[in-house]
Design a binder for this molecule. Sequence first.
Ligand SMILES: Nc1ncnc2c1ncn2[C@@H]1O[C@H](COP(=O)(O)OP(=O)(O)OP(=O)(O)O)[C@@H](O)[C@H]1O
Ligand SMILES: Nc1nc2c(ncn2[C@@H]2O[C@H](COP(=O)(O)O)[C@@H](O)[C@H]2O)c(=O)[nH]1
Length: 404
Amino acid sequence: MWKIEVGEAPALLVDDLQDGAQNDLELKNGICKATATVGDKTYVIGGADDGTLSIEVQIFDRNLGEWVRPTVRGTKPVSCKGLSAVALDDKILILKKGSKPDDQIWFLEVDTQYVRQQQEYLGTEVVAWSKGVVGNAEKPVVISGPSGVGKGTLIAMLMKEFPSMFGFSVSHTTRAPRGMEKDGVHYHFTEKSIMEKEIKEGKFLEFASVHGNLYGTSVEAVEVVADAGKRCILDIDVQGARSVRASSLEAIFIFVCPPSMEELEKRLRDRGTETEEQILKRLRNAEAEIEQGKSSHIFDFILYNDKLVESYEKLKKLLGLDDFVTTTKSAGHGEIDLPIDHSVSKIDNKIIINRISSGEKESKNLIILDVSSLKGGAPGRTRGLNFQAIGSFSNGLTEIEGLS
Ligand SMILES: Nc1ncnc2c1ncn2[C@@H]1O[C@H](COP(=O)(O)OP(=O)(O)OP(=O)(O)O)[C@@H](O)[C@H]1O
Ligand SMILES: Nc1nc2c(ncn2[C@@H]2O[C@H](COP(=O)(O)O)[C@@H](O)[C@H]2O)c(=O)[nH]1
C-alpha cells in the first residue's frame, strides 16, 4: 500500500482507488469525491476547490505513478452533496446526489473520439463533460443553403407555429449587426480576437469563415435549447454543416436550394440588407455552396424553396410535423427519482442504483439505468438513457415502472 497526494487535498490510500466504483470517498477536509478507473488511469471526481463551484477532475496515471490535472472540455456540472461514479468503456457515468432531476446524470468522457481529437490537438490530457438526457430527445435540425435562399424565413415560420417545440441556436459572428438585429437574439455579435480565443478554448461545436466574417455555433448555444426541452435548429453554412456531421451531435441535415440563381439574386437584393459588394460576394459563394450542398452527402434532404407556403409544408413533412397535433406528442422524457443514499453497481449495460433503506415501506428501492443505447456526447448532450424503477413492497410484491 502506498500513499499519494491529491494536489493540496489530504493523502489518499491508493488501494482505495482500486477497481473503479469506489464511491463517496469522504476526504479529511469533508469534500466528497468519487473515483473510477478506466484503463491505467484513476479519475478522482468531485469537490470544487478552484472557486468556480464546478466539479473538479484529477487523474492518477498508474503507469507513470503521477497525478495529472486534465484540460476539461464541455460545461462542467456544479458541485453537489455527493457523487457516485461508474466506469463505462470510454466514459464515466456520474450520478449527482441531491441535485435537480435534470442535473443528476452526467458523463465524463475520457477516451471517446472527441476526447482523443482534443488530446491530439492540445497535446495534453483531456476529459470532456456531457449531461445525460433520459429518453430519446428529437434530433437537432441543421439547415444550410446559400445566403438569401430563405432559411431564416422558413425557420421563423417553424418557430412561430411550434414555439414550445423548437429553439434556435444563436450563433456567434464577427459581422456587424443589421438594423433590426439584436445581440443575443439573432446572433452573439463579437470581436474576432475574442471569438478566436474562445475557439481555441474549445467553446465551439463548429465555426467557419463565411463571406469574409467568422461565424460559429457554441456548445452552449445548443445546450441552452436542449436544457429548455426543445429541439434545436441550427442555421449554418455548408462548411459548418460538414463539421457538425463529423461531430457527436446527431442531427437531421437539410439543404435549402433556390429555384434559380436569378431568383436568389432577386431575394438578396429585395432584402436590402447588404451592400452591392457583399451581394456579389454572397452570389459568388452561392454557386460553390449549391454544388457542395447537392453533391457532398452531408445532407439528408434537399428542399427547393420556390413558393414559400409550399416549401414550408414540405419542411414540416420532412420533420414529421405535417399532421402534427400538439397534444399528442409531448417531450415525455421522464425523470429519475434518484435517492440521496444509494449504492451503485454495474452488470453489462445496466447500472443498478440501490436505495440504502431508510425504513420506508413503499419506496422505489431499485433503479435500473440502461446505458446500451447512448447517443451523442461531448460537446453537447448524451442522449438515449433509459431506466426502470422497481419498488419492493412489504407484501413481497414488486412494481416495475419503465420508460421505453
Ligand atoms: N419562397 C420565397 N419566395 C420569395 N421570397 C422569399 C422566399 N423565401 C424567402 N424569401 C425572401 O427572401 C429574402 C431572404 O430570405 P432569408 O433572409 O430568410 O434568407 P436566408 O437564407 O436566411 O439568408 P442568410 O443566409 O443571408 O441569412 C427575404 O426577404 C425573404 O422574405
Ligand atoms: N458555419 C456557420 N455558419 C453560420 C452560422 N451562423 C450563420 N451562418 C451562416 O452564415 C451565412 C450568412 O449569414 P448572415 O446572417 O450574415 O446573412 C448564412 O449562410 C448562415 O447560414 C454559424 O454559427 N456557423
